[in-house]
Write a protein that binds this ligand. Structure first.
Ligand SMILES: *Cc1c(COP(=O)(O)O)cnc(C)c1O
Length: 419
């Protein structure tokens, strides 16, 4: 057992973070205004190439206001008390964190989930095309890059532009990842970043809205500070939010930015060490298109070959498996990793399998698909891609402070699961 827990992905501080936080303290810029915020926004624009950035309290807030601004661009201002997406469908990445898709509901819209492709574990452009055949009226697509791996961006963009749809890019997990030399966060009509504690760089919390429109950046900044009008008193013409980033948090983000490339290099080394360590095992790493993309390698994952899966049953809250020589399953491996005092995690459970989205449509590359909230997944062959990744995949400890010796012990432990 490791004396100190090896985390999935935990914050890694370097010193400058404290200096900028202290600067905020000593100059008394202890609010949602200050030099750290301005500089953090500048750094986000410099990295991604985005025209404007608005620092917000978290990635979820950035996604919400991004959704709202695109909703307004498409459908105009809503009636007071109504969401911008009321009665509208939005196509969404299915295999992701629920923060990607919840903002559709915040704005009164209805998420339609698009199945995942096996090549990068992101939204399948073929399934997206099918979705437009079924729902030609849809004009908004929200795309995430899973675990720091850029999706099939060119294909997704082609499908969207052919159908006149806008893209909201959720780059929360992929800061610093590039596709054809262009940074993620640059492909959507607008995009959201996250500086949550487990992301590749962090402010302990924090998020960022990216756009090329000055007008939209101004609007999002205004919404995020309670929608105050330019008047001597508190004058309100629109619903407001308290979503702005604190200048103290911004100090942490500011101090982290110069270390992004170093974190990526560490994460990449972890990914490569796992890949070499698992040679000969019936598993594969989370894949990426090495010709087109450079992931940030935020999390290293494995997918167990179908033939090497022992029998498993998962209910909504529990998992069981029958151990078998030469075979394993995510639950067995995660238990073994936990036994080392390390942290792993199943692959995101797809949104179409979540009880909260039981009634939402789900579209696969075959143009079919139904929401399945339940449950007892045992036969691999008839599953959609997202359910299959959830059934056979897991995230490994990917903390950039993990030593090579610790990682080798994790590798040996995983190998032992297949004996
Ligand atoms: C972390 C994450 C978010 C949310 O970011 P917060 O800063 O935690 O609100 C959104 N989408 C994805 C894909 C994420 O991984």
């Amino acid at each position: 057992m490791f004396p100190q827990k090896v985390w999935l992905s935990s914050p890694t501080m370097h010193g400058d973070e404290l200096r900028y936080m202290t600067e905020a303290y000593e100059t008394n810029w202890m609010s949602t205004v200050g030099a750290n915020i301005n500089e953090t926004e500048r750094l986000a624009c410099e990295l991604t190439g985005s025209g404007y950035a608005v620092a917000l309290s978290c990635g979820t807030a950035a996604l919400h206001l991004a959704m709202k601004i695109l909703g307004e661009r498409l459908y105009g201002q809503p009636r007071p008390g109504h969401g911008t997406l009321e009665g509208r469908k939005v196509f969404c990445t299915d295999t992701t964190f629920d923060a990607t898709v919840n903002p559709v509901a915040y704005e009164g819209g209805e998420a339609v989930f698009i199945d995942t492709e096996p090549d990068t574990w992101n939204m399948d452009p073929v399934a997206l095309e099918k979705a437009f055949e079924l729902y030609p009226e849809v004009r908004l697509v929200i795309v995430a890059h899973l675990y720091g791996t850029p999706g099939k961006i060119a294909e997704l963009r082609e499908v969207c532009s052919r159908h006149g749809a806008l893209i909201l890019e959720d780059a929360a997990e992929s800061l610093g990842a590039a596709y054809e030399g262009v940074q993620t966060g640059r492909f959507g009509d607008v995009a959201a970043l996250s500086f949550n504690g487990n992301k590749i760089i962090t402010g302990s919390a924090g998020g960022m809205f990216l756009t090329d429109s000055r007008e939209e950046a101004d609007k999002v900044r205004k919404w995020s500070t309670q929608s105050r009008e330019d008047a001597p008193w508190y004058q309100h013409e629109e619903i407001g939010y308290n979503y702005r980033m604190s200048n103290v948090i911004a100090g942490v983000v500011r101090g982290q930015f110069p270390h992004l490339q170093e974190h990526i290099a560490q994460k990449k080394a972890i990914y490569e060490r796992y890949r070499e360590g698992f040679a000969g095992l019936p598993v594969s790493m989370n894949p990426y298109d090495s010709a087109k993309s450079e992931p940030n390698f935020w999390l290293s994952c494995i997918l167990i070959d179908e033939a090497a899966m022992c029998r498993t049953v998962r209910s909504d809250k529990e998992a069981l498996y029958i151990p078998e020589p030469g075979k394993s399953c995510p639950t067995e491996i995660l238990e073994a990793i936990q036994g080392l005092n390390a942290e792993g995690r199943p692959v995101w459970k797809p949104m179409h399998m979540q009880p909260i989205y039981a009634n939402n449509a789900f579209i696969t590359a075959q143009g079919t698909g139904r929401a399945r909230t339940n449950a007892y997944i045992d036969e691999g062959s008839c599953l959609d891609v997202g359910a299959d990744l959830f059934r056979r995949g897991l995230c490994l400890p990917s903390d950039n402070k993990m030593t090579p010796q610790q990682q080798d012990i994790i590798i040996e432990t995983v190998r032992a699961c297949f004996e």
